[in-house]
Design a protein around this ligand. Structure first.
Ligand SMILES: C[S@@+](CC[C@H](N)C(=O)[O-])C[C@H]1O[C@@H](n2cnc3c(N)ncnc32)[C@H](O)[C@@H]1O
Length: 335
């Protein structure tokens, strides 16, 4: 094998990647991309619109251009295509709250090494254990909703719900999957099951879509409480790495018991590939659980298929849901 010349470039970039995250988040927080879209597309106009000194405007813009968030032609600036689509406030695809979703944990990640040395007992509910106020839950789910309704619509495009009657969405958050499903299928009803402060917020999202008559929200802890019966579809989306293998297995068994015979379960989550080599996003959601002191960790797609099979589901299969981010594992409770 030819000699591989090593250097520190990759390691240096990783060690300072918090600066990239901070640049993007600050851009969202100060409304940089919204201002550019609104016509403040030169440095002097941006400095004025943002109330920044010319030097600080230049610093931020230079970094955003270098990171590919802004594009520059002559003196004129424009947003990169994904920034234009998702980070311009007031546009339908605006996902700024989701970009800022993990920012409250910023300080904690600076203490990751200490957290990893912690040998104390884990807390089952991890970051949820201290309890949410309704106001905190609202902020949290403004962020999940800003990205989740698109996921809900994708789910509805992928899964045939034409003959289904009732969805149970475990940890359903804003209700985005149920909202998308009930919008697409007039015969469907749904139940969002989530922690008590969250269901109050879910009801607000559901009402804003005029679906309060068909989607209800029930408060409870799916690791400990009985699940509502009568569903022929169970969804559990985006809370996989927050729990240990044993807990996820237990919840999948409870979902099997709650389902009507012939019903189907969709476990959607951040999953490692079967060799547990990546991708990085699920691995880092798993690592985040060290910060919260929970039982959670990254699960592989093979493990998730195994949870459904061990619970009694048949025809279990896995497919990419959002490539490199979310995988969907599906199975049927035999009729
Ligand atoms: C990241 S959010 C995902 C929300 C929604 N499924 C989506 O994809 O937009 C995770 C949700 O799971 C809920 N959750 C986590 N643990 C729970 C538990 N033990 N019982 C009920 N809900 C739980 C949280 O409150 C939160 O609403």
């Amino acid at each position: 094998m030819a000699d591989q010349r090593l250097d520190t470039v990759r390691l240096q970039r990783l060690s300072r990647s918090y600066r990239e995250a901070a640049t993007l988040m600050a851009g969202v927080e100060v409304g940089l991309f919204t201002r550019v879209a609104g016509g403040a597309d030169t440095l002097p106009r941006l400095a004025e619109a943002l109330g920044f000194t010319p030097t600080n405007a230049e610093r931020l813009v230079t970094a955003c251009v270098a990171l590919g968030l802004l594009e520059r032609e002559g003196e004129r600036l424009r947003n990169a295509p994904d920034v234009q689509r998702y980070l311009v406030e007031g546009e339908p695809g605006y996902a700024g709250p989701w970009i800022l979703f993990t920012k409250p944990e910023w300080e904690d990640w600076g203490h990751l090494a200490e957290r990893l040395r912690d040998t104390g007992p884990p807390v089952v509910l991890g970051k949820y254990a201290q309890g949410f106020t309704v106001e905190e839950a609202r902020k949290y789910h403004e962020a999940t909703y800003s990205i989740g309704l698109g996921s809900g619509r994708r789910f509805v495009r992928q899964v045939d719900l034409a003959r289904r009657r009732r969805i149970l969405d475990l940890g359903g958050g804003s209700g985005c999957y149920c909202i998308a499903a009930c919008q697409a299928h007039a015969q469907l009803h749904a139940v969002v099951f989530d922690l008590p402060p969250v269901v109050e917020v879910a009801r607000e999202f559901i009402a804003s879509h005029g679906l309060s008559g068909r989607i209800s929200a029930v408060g409870g802890d799916f690791t400990a409480d009985p699940l509502p019966a009568g569903a022929d579809v169970v969804i559990m989306a985006s809370n996989l790495p927050q729990y240990s293998r044993e807990i996820i297995q237990r919840v999948v068994r409870k979902a099997w018991e709650a389902l009507e015979p012939g019903g189907e379960m969709h476990l959607i989550g951040e999953m490692l590939d079967s060799e547990r080599m990546g991708p990085p996003d699920p691995a880092l959601w798993g690592l985040a659980e060290a910060v919260y002191g929970s039982t959670g960790l990254a699960h592989s797609v093979t493990e998730c298929v195994g949870y459904l099979e061990a619970a009694g589901f048949t025809g279990v299969s896995a497919r990419d849901f959002i490539p490199s981010v979310l995988t969907r594992v599906t199975g049927t409770r035999p009729a």
